[in-house]
Design a protein around this ligand. Structure first.
Ligand code: FES
Ligand SMILES: [Fe+2]
Length: 389
């Protein structure tokens, strides 16, 4: 390991082939950074909790493509705005027991709230009675959420438990409760365009919160782009060389023990004192969550979550983790490595916020498996309108 050499020049030492996997499918811009790089308190292994699925079943959440926005390029984007899968809607430590937060994803107003017992839940924001916003004065009562307007009270499955002034509760008195999973420090909701139940769980990232690993350093961005479009970037081999100034990686794919696709790249990382043999291994659990191990110079793990805010914007959350060390040089190397990863992300965002999606791009074989990515990405989307590559 040549951490000293890396500290002198992290960009060259790591090499853009390594960084290829690091940037993954999430992009951002510094001016709109949601949070500075910072440590935060450690946490125990997260709980997995599910809200009732019943409210979501049988009802399309987004069965039609969202209205076309004004941006001209967008009219030519041939995919539904929102893919299916688990999507982070906040960090678990951002919502305390008995707290209600207003959030906005998938073009919808939602509330993220935590019961007195600690269960995180996501409801549609507006009360089915007369439409009050549950995030403006809504109150957690035990395991239920009470509307501020007339004090109707809704349980974890969204069903109304109490109308304090009525003799009976109408069957329609329910608010949509989204399937929720809290894991890896994040609260996820399950989105399915046809309202189907979750088909898989969010995997636990082994190193997250484990002894011997730092607390995650967080970085967040809002990106004016589409999830599908950003997801194409990691397989765009040549841009690593020409946009980021490194080398184009080669790709290999394998299945992990859970059947998830694992992208593997073994490579020599150039450093001022010679090449270091390294590897980059990335895995994705659907379009909204993934993680990447980079080994060679300094083991770094990036846990990544992105979520559509609406059909033109994506919220990106990155967590950077490295092994605990008392070595000052290694700490410096680690910090520079993260800074370099952030720099490359911000190069990408300029491209993504201004590029146009081409349904029939002019590709050459050396571009990387872009067409293959497009074919596979369709599985994460449902809807009526799919373009051809
Ligand atoms: S609007 Fe919520 S109780 Fe009336
Ligand atoms: Fe990139």
């Amino acid at each position: 390991m040549n951490s000293e050499a890396f500290a002198a020049n992290p960009s060259r030492a790591l090499g853009s082939a390594a960084l290829a996997w690091l940037e993954t499918r999430f992009r951002g811009a510094a001016p709109r950074s949601l949070s500075a790089l910072s440590g935060h308190p450690g946490r125990s292994r997260d709980k997995i909790l599910y809200g009732s699925l019943s409210a979501a079943e049988g009802r399309p959440l987004q069965s039609r493509r969202a209205p076309v926005p004004e941006a001209p390029f967008y009219r030519e984007f041939p995919f539904p705005a929102y893919p299916n899968g688990w999507f982070a809607v906040g960090y678990g430590d951002e919502v305390a027991p008995s707290e209600v937060r207003r959030i906005h994803y998938f073009g919808r107003d939602l509330v993220l709230w935590r019961s007195e017992a600690g269960r995180a839940m996501v409801f549609d924001a507006h009360c089915p009675h007369l439409g009050a916003h549950l995030g403006h004065g809504g109150c957690v009562v035990g395991e239920s959420l009470r509307c501020p307007f007339h004090h109707w009270r809704f349980g974890a499955d969204g069903v109304c438990l109490e109308i304090p002034y009525a003799k009976r509760i109408p069957p329609r008195a329910r608010v949509r409760s989204w399937p929720v999973c809290e894991r890896n420090g994040l609260v996820f909701l399950w989105h399915d365009a046809e309202g189907r139940s979750p088909e898989r769980e969010i995997p636990a990232v082994e190193e997250y919160g484990a002894p011997g690993w730092q607390d995650a350093r967080r970085q967040g961005w809002k990106v004016r782009s589409r999830m599908y479009d950003m997801g194409e970037n990691p397989v765009d081999a040549q841009h690593f060389r020409f946009l980021h100034g490194g080398i184009a990686p080669s790709f290999a794919q394998e299945k992990d023990e859970h059947g998830a696709t694992r992208n593997v790249s073994n490579l020599d990382m150039p450093t001022p004192k010679g090449a270091i043999r390294g590897s980059i291994i990335s895995e994705h659990a659907g379009p909204g969550f993934g993680w990447v191990h980079v080994r060679g110079v300094l083991h770094t793990l990036i846990v990544m979550a992105n979520t559509p805010i609406d059909d033109q914007n994506v919220e990106v959350r990155f967590n950077y983790l490295q092994p605990l060390t008392e070595d000052a040089k290694k700490k410096r190397v680690g910090e520079k490595m993260v800074a370099e990863l952030v720099r490359q992300m911000e190069q990408d965002i300029v491209i993504f916020e201004n590029k146009k999606y081409l349904t029939d791009p002019c590709l050459v074989p050396e571009d990387g498996p872009i067409a293959e990515y497009r074919r596979k990405a369709r599985r994460d989307y449902t809807g009526q309108f799919f373009g051809e590559d």
